[in-house]
Write a protein that binds this ligand. Structure first.
Ligand code: F6R
Length: 577
């Protein structure tokens, strides 16, 4: 899930590439690099770590008409300078940046490069070496032919040392967008990296492009394809204060998201959607929800909502949905949740479900994403850009949109619950979390527990905490304690109990006694007066409030440990592999 950029134009190419890479760091940030023409040769500048270091260490004083850049999230080959892109072919004529995965890399190496030693451990190197091997006069055609051999996903930008005027591109199952602004042409994995180009063109799968003075696009049969640019309606980048983290800013913005969702989806407290979505919500017999990570946890919440409507529902993790035979009912409603709209496992699943395309409802925060592009029924989260890798406000938005779907189907108006939630989130922001943070940092084992829907929010709380604090945490169903997990309870354990569900509070109290008698430390968040943090009961929205508390606890824990809360190690915002 790397970010790639190519530039052709009269601006200072190195500056353009650097600033595009900074915008795409959310796609991966373990190493990065750029390639430019210098004295008729292609020069490469790379480093391990963040783009800011690359910029500081490599001030560029010359001009180049074209250039390419890459920010990496290592998926094949360790994080190292030699594995960082751009990568050259054996004889150095061709240079490549690649986003995606070559699934048949071993086969290709064995068939075409038997006994040859490669310079890197990456799967990408085989692509550029194949291009060198099969190169004939027409580079775009060579790329087209080589791409036929590749199984997997790719967006590629290639430069040829003998052609300082053109960029060559290919796309399949990984995003690639072309932007035009004046005499400049940009091509990148992300619309944010196109320098506010007023005109954009989304390349389709299995298409190929030559970008120079003119732009030539070829389709999957290598026929010419018309290119229609459309206006770029992307919102401006979020701005943050100098020392503030994006994550805290985004947690705080959740109140605004509530207001935006109300403004967009409510008329006189009644939920309303665009007509095609209303139609979809009127005619289905079972619900299937698909998401990954935090978005999957939102799917689990929806199961509770549909259960209350007596509608059967099932959730699938994206990576499983894409490899299993999903057994749908006759008239399924398939809800796909993805803040980025770029998650590879979801794109793969949606492609597999092409027969059901009209029955899929996408909930996303990115209206220009690959998934939004593929699907007709789209509900927007209205969360505005989420930069921090750990999702916060987009979870809240998914949760509330699912709640809106529940109200819409039930034909029930909204009462005061969103206003109460709004104020309760304000209270959560003003609490001092020092005590619980100290307890967490001191503990050797960190567990979150709950029953029913509280278990589902415990999963999200545990994910949030582990991804930015790097502390191993586990979420479990408190009723399952005595079937195994009780063995872990001792004075080095902290159990965070989540208790939004008033119906299960007595059962939880029994579990808490069992835990305490094994000397484990207990910290309770919920709607009962025994809780360390008492949360107002907002019925079906109470679990969401507990997640906001867990977001804040996770944030302050990670800060106390000195971690980079916005860009945690080994992760990326958009999981495109
Ligand atoms: C966790 C987190 C990830 C994402 C997951 C799916 O904080 O952000 O678990 O939720 O990678 O991403 P989207 O929603 O973009 O499909």
């Amino acid at each position: 899930m790397c970010g790639i950029i190519g530039y052709h134009g009269l601006e200072k190419t190195s500056d353009i590439l650097y600033s595009s890479l900074l915008k795409m760091e959310y796609r991966g940030y373990d190493s990065c690099g750029i390639a430019l023409f210098k004295n008729n040769k292609v020069s490469i500048y790379k480093n391990i770590g963040r783009v800011s270091k690359l910029v500081t260490n490599n001030p560029i004083t010359f001009d180049s008409l074209i250039g390419i850049g890459h920010t990496r999230w290592a998926s094949c080959g360790e994080v190292s300078l030699r594995n960082a892109h751009p990568l050259k072919s054996f004889n150095k004529q061709f240079t490549l940046v690649h986003n995606g995965v070559v699934e048949n890399v071993e086969y290709l190496k064995e068939k075409y490069f038997h006994d040859v030693i490669f310079n890197t451990d990456t799967d990408s190197e085989v692509i550029i070496c194949l291009i060198e091997k099969f190169y004939h006069e027409d580079l775009l055609k060579t790329i087209f032919q080589v791409c036929k051999l590749i199984e997997g996903s790719y967006s590629l930008i290639i430069i040829d040392e003998n052609d300082p005027n053109n960029l060559y591109c290919a796309k399949n199952k990984a995003p690639l967008i072309i932007g035009k602004k004046g005499f400049s042409t940009y091509v990148a994995s992300d619309i944010q990296a196109l320098h506010d180009s007023p005109l954009i063109y989304h390349m389709e799968d299995l298409t190929f492009a030559k970008i120079g003075k003119d732009i030539i696009i070829k389709d999957q049969f290598f026929n010419d394809k018309d290119i229609f640019f459309m206006p770029n309606l992307i919102e401006n980048e979020p701005i943050k204060m100098k020392d503030e983290s994006y994550m805290l800013k985004e947690i705080y913005e959740q109140q605004e998201v509530i207001q935006r969702l109300k403004a967009k989806y409510l008329i006189h407290n009644e939920v309303t959607f665009q007509d095609n979505i209303k139609n979809l919500l009127q005619d289905f017999d079972e619900v299937f929800l698909i998401g990954c990570g935090t978005s999957y946890h939102a799917c689990l919440i929806a199961e509770e909502f549909f259960n209350k409507l007596n509608i059967p529902s099932r959730s699938y993790v994206g990576s499983e949905a894409s490899i299993n035979n999903l057994l749908f009912s006759k008239k399924p409603l398939i809800i796909v949740i993805s803040q980025s709209g770029e998650t590879h496992d979801l794109i793969k699943t949606v492609d597999l479900l092409s027969n059901y395309k009209n029955r899929i409802l996408l909930i996303t925060n990115e209206k220009h994403s690959s998934l939004a592009f593929k699907l007709d029924h789209v509900l927007l989260m209205e969360a505005q850009k989420e930069v921090a890798v750990a999702s916060t406000k987009t979870y809240l938005a998914s949760y509330l949109l699912l709640y809106f779907i529940y109200l819409y189907i039930k034909k029930e108006p909204l009462k005061q619950e969103l206003d109460i939630l709004y104020h309760a989130i304000g209270n959560a922001q003003s609490i001092d979390y020092t005590h619980i943070v100290e307890m967490i940092i001191k503990a050797k084992k960190i567990m979150l527990m709950g029953r029913g829907i509280d278990y589902k929010v415990a999963l999200e709380g545990s994910l949030k905490l582990k991804e930015i604090s790097y502390l191993p945490t586990e979420a479990y169903l408190s009723g399952e304690l005595k079937h195994g997990t009780m063995a872990l309870m001792d004075e080095e354990t902290i159990v965070i109990g989540l208790m939004s569900n008033v119906n299960t509070i007595n059962l939880m109290k029994g579990n808490i006694e069992e835990i305490k008698s094994r000397k484990a430390n207990v910290y309770l968040l919920g709607c009962d007066k025994i809780c360390d943090v008492f949360c107002v009961d907002i019925s079906m929205l109470s679990p969401l409030l507990l997640v906001v508390y867990m977001q804040l606890i996770s944030y302050y824990t990670a800060k106390a440990l000195g971690n980079n809360v916005d860009f945690p190690r080994n992760l990326a915002k958009s999981v495109t592999v």
